[in-house]
Design a protein around this ligand. Structure first.
Ligand code: NAD
Length: 306
């Protein structure tokens, strides 16, 4: 049997940073599957320099000439309100938000300038927040929303020369996990992806033969599935690239239970180190309450949560 062809008729999708790379592929896909698309792009270099309307305009034209519906928006994601307003003004609604816009300011921590830290934070974290914040009331009111934010392996695992980027990207994991909890009863599903794809962002650090196997189009199907109305997935992290798609989760080792009194000294932890790090008997927590359950099961009084 042929796999189902997912469609998004009647829905409006906002894709940030859709003038190139991954964002362009998402926008073209949604435009070809019945959705109205807001193609947002500030038209900057991969380091965040300059501005321009051409990148977004070209993608809008591509969607329109293939028979799809699209409008451009040239605001920075830091002005999320203006981007979502474009969706409402042009199409009257917003159903799917893809927080994709991004830049790099790679530099060793020792040499990093304040501006490198601030700019990465503003585009990735503040920008994603501003766009989601502006879309949220519409999602809640219509009891429907799909939100994808874009993390990175650099955020999940660390990456030399990318403290600013790693911190920002992992922030989007926490952001998404909490939004998923707040959005659940309104059918607002929120997930985060860590893509890997050939783009101007990666072409300076990866050789051409590797890039050839990392087409950005191969990330699109995961985003399509997660944002479709049939999806029930929320609050999760996925990696996608080169045809490999996998869900990630947190893992907690078995852990040591020590008496919470004056005997809880460094010297008391050392003999228990095997338990502290024992993943063979680990578990997969999905909320702060899980840690409290361990204490309750051990008969301890759970401490007040911060
Ligand atoms: P890209 O540089 O090709 O595209 C990013 C787009 O975002 C550009 O068109 C740029 O003009 C736009 N943009 C930048 N700042 C903006 C702002 N303030 N407001 C609006 N638009 C802005 O990069 P890409 O590889 O397609 O990356 C897309 C996303 O995926 C980014 O968030 C990136 O961090 C993330 N990512 C990419 C990879 C990869 O392998 N390509 C890996 C991990 C994460």
């Amino acid at each position: 049997m042929a796999p189902p062809e997912l469609r998004y008729d009647g829905q409006t999708v906002v894709v940030t940073g859709a003038g190139g790379g991954l964002g362009r592929e998402y926008a073209l896909f949604f435009g070809s599957r019945g959705a109205s698309v807001v193609v947002n792009d500030l038209g900057v270099s991969f380091k965040g320099e300059g501005t321009g309307s051409k990148a977004a305009d070209v993608v809008v034209k591509e969607i329109q000439s293939a028979g799809g519906k699209a409008v451009a928006n040239y605001d920075s994601v830091e002005n999320g309100d203006a981007i979502i307003k474009t969706a409402i003004d042009a199409f009257g609604r917003i159903d799917i938000l893809i927080n994709n816009a991004g830049i790099l300011r790679d530099i060793s921590f020792k040499n990093m300038k304040q501006q490198d830290w601030d700019l990465i934070y503003r585009v990735h974290v503040y920008g994603a927040y501003k766009c989601a914040r502006a879309a949220w009331p519409y999602f809640r009111k219509q009891k429907y929303g799909r939100l994808i934010s874009t993390a990175s392996a650099a955020g999940l695992f660390g990456s030399f020369g990318q403290t600013n980027y790693s911190a920002a990207k992992l922030a989007l994991v926490g952001f998404t996990e909490t939004l998923a909890k707040e959005g659940l009863k309104y059918n607002i599903l929120c997930n985060v992806i860590a893509p890997i794809a050939a783009s101007r962002m990666t072409e300076t650090v990866m050789p051409p033969d590797v890039l050839e196997n990392l087409k950005p189009t191969w990330v699109v199907p995961l985003v399509a599935v997660l944002t479709h109305k049939s999806s029930t997935e929320t609050g999760s992290i996925y990696e996608a690239g080169g045809g490999h798609i996998a869900k990630l989760r947190w893992e907690r080792a078995k852990g040591a239970l020590l008496k919470p009194d004056d005997t809880l000294t460094p010297g008391a932890i050392i003999p228990k180190w095997k338990d502290v790090t024992n993943y063979a008997q680990g578990e997969h927590p999905d909320g702060p309450a899980n840690a409290m359950e361990i204490l309750e099961a051990a008969g301890a009084q759970p401490p007040n949560q911060p």
